[in-house]
Structure formats: C-alpha cells, structure tokens
Write a protein that binds this ligand. Structure first.
Ligand SMILES: Cc1ncc(COP(=O)(O)O)c(C=O)c1O
Length: 472
C-alpha cells in the first residue's frame, strides 16, 4: 500500500495520538459491526498475509494514523471472528464492552503494574477485582489473587506454590537448595486433565504426573486416587479439574480433596473455564468443597468474556506464593506489610495491568449479571444438545452439565466429513477433536453475545453439512 510521505521526526505530538486513536476507534467499530454478517473463518492464510506485512522496512517514519489504517486493512482478511456469537471453537469467549474499553485505557495509561507504590491506581483496581472474584467464586477471602496471561500460567503459579509448600513440609529448602537431591514430589492428576498441567509440571522440574483413572465423563475417580496415593510415598500434589475441555464435567472436588489432604497433599484446581460455575447458585453443587482446596487457576478471557490475555491465579497461602514469585532488591519499592505487590503473585516482573478489564467486566455486570452470563452459556449449550439429540444422524456423546457439547455423526470418517463441510461453509465455527475414543465435533459455548438466532443458524448449518457429507 502506498502511504503519503511523512517527514516530521517522531515526537510526542498530541495530534498524532488523536489521529491514530481515532482511526483505531473507527476500525474497531467497523470490525465489531461486521461480526454479525461476516463469514466466521479467516479468508487468508498466514503465509499469504506475511507477504503483505513483510518486506524491507522503509527508511523514514510514517504517520501513526496511516500505520493504523494499513494494519487494520491488511489484517482484516486474516482475522478469525472469535468474538462472534457464532464462534464455538476451542474455549474462547468474546469481549464485554466495558472490558474492551478498559483494556484500551490500560494501553493509554501504560502502567508497569508491578508495585503498589509505583502504580497505585492499577494496584487498587486489581485488588478490588481480586476481592470480588473471591467473593463470587466462594473462595477464602484471605487468598492471594494474581492476574496472569492465562490459565496455563495460572496452573504454573498454583503448582509452583504447591511444590514449594510440600517440599518445605518435607524439610527441604527449595529456594536455597534447588531440586537436585530433593525428595521426589509425586503429582497425581486425572487421566483426562488438560495438557497445560503437564506443561507446568515439566517446566517446574516435576516430571510426568501419575495419571489416575477417570470415568466416562473425564472425572477423576476418588477411590482410584486413594489407591494411587497409598501406593506412593513422600511429598504429594493432587491436581483436580473443574470444566473438562470436552465434556465440561467437574471432578468430585470434596471427596478427592479429603483423600488428598488426609495424605498431606496440596490440592490445585484447574478451572480454566469451569471455575465460573461456582458463581451460579444452580451450578455450585457441582463444585462442592471447592473452598477447601489450596490453589485455583482460571481465565477471565474465556467465561468472563474479557479481552485476551487474562488469567487468574489464586493461592490460599499468600506467604507461599509470595515467597515463590516475590523479589526484594534495593531499587524496588516493595509492599512488605500490606496486601503484597501484584508482581509477587505471578511469574512476570514487569507486567500489564490485566486485572483492570476484569474490574470493568464485573462492575458492568454486577453479581446478577455474572450469574446470568454463566447460566446463559449453559442454557445455550443445552439448547444445542436438545436440538442435536433430536437430529437424525447426530449423537451428543457427553452429559451436558456446563458449556461443552461433543457430537458424533456416526463413524469417525462421517464426523470428519461433516466438520469439513461445516467449516468450509463458514456460517458457524466449531472445532473437531477426539474424545472417548471417537472423532467428534466439539461445540464450546463461551460467547456472551450468542443468542437463539446464532444457535438456529448454526444448527441449520450442521444439518446442511450432514446432507453435503452424505451426498458426496
Ligand atoms: C481445562 C483447561 N485448562 C487450561 C487451559 C489453558 O488455558 P489458556 O489457554 O488460557 O492458558 C484450558 C484451555 O482451554 C483448559 O480448557
């Protein structure tokens, strides 16, 4: 694209900010307006787009507003409509208006939100958001809340805290002596856990976990956990899951935690999207005993619908998480006596104030709005489930207890065919996967804007995809 020459040296020019932000505002609204009608999938590949974005960097500078125009125009064909009400891939979620606008403010404020004394506004906002979350999720009010990049790093925070705690209890000083020569820590996980648990354990030097048998919905079997723990000795961590990425199921937290605690283990809960069931009076029974666990990981960018990236790491023992991630050096302005600095609860030193959009999302929804958001996602998943169960040639293979619906269309081959036809048409977007020994279409209802119309057109698209697959 030819851009007008711009020879003025870069300077903090208010007009440049205004013009660039105006263009970003216009492009953002155009993008959001297009979500209702556009094809959900991208129309260009990364390789095709790279040709447009790359090439030698020009010598002189270019007007910021022109750069924004160029960026938005070139990117548009390669954008996946993840914020669309007809996007049901992986577990993604859209963005609530207040959260999106708050995220813009975070960029404008440009705070390095590590220290309470240096960035008091964002520290206070994040602390308030953390307190609201603990209250909504029914977790101990004394727990520490850190805002991370996502559930993967929140799992890392919880498991790093667990490692420190159980080794300390075994008389081993991890911070001083490292892992070499330390007592072996055994980590017990459900056989159907999320891969980010293994990733965290690998990076923490804890090796492969002991998989414990799960039932047909992917829930850990408590009696098997007890058996596995009794067969091992030494420090132990138990990692539970609320919200199985295929079935949406919840591990039996109360029973499993009793077994784990009776054997001196730390209990971490991966609740990337499923922890949010705890806010809903009609779903909370699935998570009985949640408050007795030791650490919890979740995302705000999934079920709460704040922009990427934003995860939440909650640890019941502030002293433990702060001793793992806190740093005290002469040039910092540490908060030694108060609620702790935001950077002491997450793996980053310099950090974006990721909790600010969470505060805005919660403030705009209110308690009843958060409950309605979660209940609404579940109601939509159940609508899908009922309609697909009634559709000849389709079979829902999980118990739909939360936001996930797994569908088989008969043989693995037919299922793959139906998915290929569905995605090529582009009216709706759902990902394929393999679960319970079968190829499946995985419908994940995570977007706050999804309504009956989105569900109806998506169901019609599935019916057409079945017809196309059968008429090959
Ligand atoms: C159960 C579970 N745990 C962890 C993750 C990882 O979350 P993130 O991609 O936000 O790091 C996911 C992602 O979907 C998940 O479903």
């Amino acid at each position: 694209m030819d851009a007008p020459p711009y020879h003025v040296p870069m300077s903090p020019n208010a007009e440049d900010f205004r013009a660039a932000l105006d263009r970003a505002h216009t492009h953002s609204l155009a993008w959001l307006d297009s979500l209702d009608s556009r094809t959900v999938g991208p129309r260009a590949t990364a390789d095709e787009l790279l040709v447009e974005f790359s090439g030698p960097l020009q010598e002189g500078n270019r007007a910021p507003a022109t750069v924004v125009d160029e960026l938005a125009t070139l990117a548009e064909p390669g954008l996946m409509s993840m914020a669309s009400g007809r996007f049901f891939g992986w577990v993604i979620g859209g963005t609530l208006p207040a959260a999106m606008a708050a995220d813009w403010l975070v960029s404008a404020w440009d705070q390095n939100a590590a220290l309470r004394a240096a960035t008091p506004a964002t520290a206070a906002i994040e602390q308030a958001a953390g307190d609201w979350l603990l209250d909504l999720l029914g977790l101990p009010p004394t727990a520490d809340v850190g805002f991370t990049t996502g559930a993967t790093s929140s799992n890392f925070v919880g498991l790093a805290s667990a490692r420190q705690f159980v080794l300390d209890a075994a008389g081993w000083n991890l911070a001083q002596d490292g892992l070499t020569g330390a007592p072996k820590v055994t980590v017990f996980v459900g056989a159907d856990r999320h891969a980010s648990i293994d990733l965290a354990l690998k990076t923490l030097g804890l090796g492969s976990p002991v998989p414990v048998a799960a039932d047909d919905q992917g829930r850990i079997i408590p009696a098997e956990l007890a058996k596995a723990m009794d067969a091992a000795a030494g420090p132990a961590i138990v990692c539970l899951q609320v919200g199985n990425l295929h079935s949406g199921s919840f591990d039996p937290i109360s029973e499993a935690t009793e077994i784990a605690h009776a054997r001196g283990a730390w209990v971490h809960v991966d609740g990337a999207f499923g922890l949010w069931a705890a806010v809903s009076p009609s779903l909370r029974h699935h998570l009985a005993g949640l408050e007795t666990c030791d650490s919890w990981a979740t995302d705000a960018h999934k079920t709460l619908n704040v922009p990427y990236d934003c995860g939440v790491a909650i640890v019941s023992r502030p002293d433990v998480v702060r001793s793992v991630f806190g740093v005290h050096t002469s040039y910092l302005l540490n908060d030694d006596t108060g609620p702790g600095d935001p950077f002491e609860k997450v793996p980053e030193f310099s950090r974006r104030a990721r909790g600010v959009p969470v505060w805005a999302a919660l403030r705009s929804l209110g308690r009843s709005g958060v409950i309605a958001l979660v209940d609404g996602l579940v109601a939509n998943a159940q609508k899908f489930s009922r309609a697909l169960t009634a559709m000849p040639g389709a079979e829902v293979i999980n118990d739909v207890v939360f936001t996930q619906v797994c569908v088989s269309f008969g043989s693995d081959e037919r299922t793959r065919d139906v998915i290929a036809h569905l995605l090529s048409e582009g009216v709706t977007w759902m990902s394929g996967s393999r679960w319970a020994g079968r190829d499946i279409l995985r419908i994940s209802v995570s977007n706050w804007t999804t309504d009956d119309g989105d569900i109806d057109v998506s169901l019609a698209a599935i019916a057409r995809a079945m017809e196309s697959a059968d008429s090959r």
